[in-house]
Design a protein around this ligand. Structure first.
Ligand code: PLP
Length: 378
């Protein structure tokens, strides 16, 4: 079948027995395993709060919506963001009637702190930061800029499950961190995500807003017993956004193996780097900051003729990908087309090489052979 870009590897028997438990007790919904998974995630990350959702897209939408309402942002206020991301990141800003203001990326493929500074205006309220490929980029500098300018810091950590920076899981510095456990991410469940607010009051709000605004505690609390579960108040027009126990079952199992799996991803990336760094004129590697132990969600390189390389690799049975086309090239965000020079360069020249846990050293060798053959013949 050749070598695929992504292919999730599950602890099948363990996942099935965890799911079996849900089926046997007759509860697959919110609660039960979702609560266990939230607790396990808090333990793992050291973040104070975690609410389990049905996707990270939902998490991004809720994050921006809740910060806007609670911090008193107005329609048309600005959030500085990156063009090199999956579209959910920027839709979350637009969905809340805020303006996505695109700053450029640097050789880490994450936001360039200088460009972020240049885009700050009277109306800037937040920075939306994506740790692309699991890398932290210039994280500390972005945190500093947010503090100095009194901006909220939203961390789209969709690629960062398991990333460490200076020995710790990054995120305590952020107002909110959003993880994805979608089918191809480092901690795959099929579909789900986690939203981690710094402030417990906002965590309480997201628990209501992700369940249609229902405050299920109102009567249970005032009556001081569980008999009034059917009586609740509705405080918001919320979403149906919470996660379920079947997905959480998979998440609980996969979390146990996340560090082991990420370590193997780093090994694969190291093999790629060792081989491909021999061609610095033809192949540019993403810069990894000192102190970043990346989750290695992606292995990206830059080459001159990216599109032809993809065709050549496809012909050899290898399926690479592209992360990402600059979002400013899309109609929705074309008001900023051409404003981010390096992002546009990345958009045209980046290729994500296969990176999955089924791969061996030989697979990496075969892929590198094809790439070298391609660039030498050019
Ligand atoms: C996958 C991804 C998302 C969306 O995650 P879902 O869980 O599929 O909603 C958001 N941002 C980035 C950077 C992603 O890669």
């Amino acid at each position: 079948m050749g070598v695929q870009l992504f292919k999730a590897k599950y602890e099948v028997e363990e996942c099935l027995s965890e799911i079996r438990e849900c089926l046997e007790v007759g509860w697959t919904g919110m609660g039960f395993k979702t609560v266990e998974f939230e607790e396990a995630w808090r333990q793992y990350t050291g973040l104070p709060y975690a609410h389990y959702l049905n996707s990270s897209t939902m998490g991004l939408y809720m994050a921006v919506d809740i910060l806007k309402n609670e911090y008193g942002w107005q329609d048309g206020d600005e959030v500085i963001t990156t063009p090199i991301t999956f579209i959910s990141t920027n839709h979350a800003i637009a969905k809340s009637n805020l303006k996505a203001v695109f700053a450029d990326v640097d050789e880490t493929f994450c936001l360039n702190p200088e460009s972020v500074k240049e885009h700050i205006t009277e109306k800037t309220r937040a920075v939306m930061y994506v740790g692309l490929g699991g890398n932290v980029g210039n994280y500390d500098e972005i945190v500093k800029i947010c503090k100095e300018n009194n901006l909220a810091f939203i961390l789209d950590a969709a690629h960062m499950a398991g990333t460490r920076y200076k020995g710790k899981i990054p995120g305590r510095e952020a107002d909110v961190v959003i993880y994805s456990f979608q089918a191809v991410k480092n901690l795959p469940t099929a579909d789900s995500g986690m939203i981690c607010f710094k402030d417990g009051k906002l965590d309480e709000i997201v628990r209501k807003k992700a369940w249609l605004g229902i405050n299920k505690d109102t009567y249970a609390r005032t009556q001081n017993m569980g008999n009034y579960k059917w009586k609740y108040d509705v405080e918001y027009v919320g979403e149906k956004g919470h996660g379920n126990s079947v997905m959480a079952s998979i998440g609980l199992v996969q979390l146990k193996y996340l560090d082991r799996d990420n370590a193997y991803r780093r090994t694969l990336c190291q093999w790629y780097r060792e081989r491909l760094s021999a061609y610095p004129d033809k192949i540019k590697l993403v810069k990894i900051e000192n102190g970043c132990e990346s989750a290695c969600h992606l292995f990206q390189i830059l080459v001159e003729d990216r599109d032809s390389l993809i065709v050549a690799l496809n012909q050899a049975g290898i399926s690479p990908g592209v992360h990402y086309i600059a979002n400013t090239d899309y109609k929705m965000y074309s008001y900023a087309k051409g404003t981010c020079q390096f992002a546009d360069y990345v958009s045209k020249h980046t290729i994500s090489l296969p990176l999955n846990l089924y791969m061996t050293f030989e697979d990496v060798e075969v892929i590198c052979d094809e790439i070298v053959k391609f660039i030498v013949n050019k």
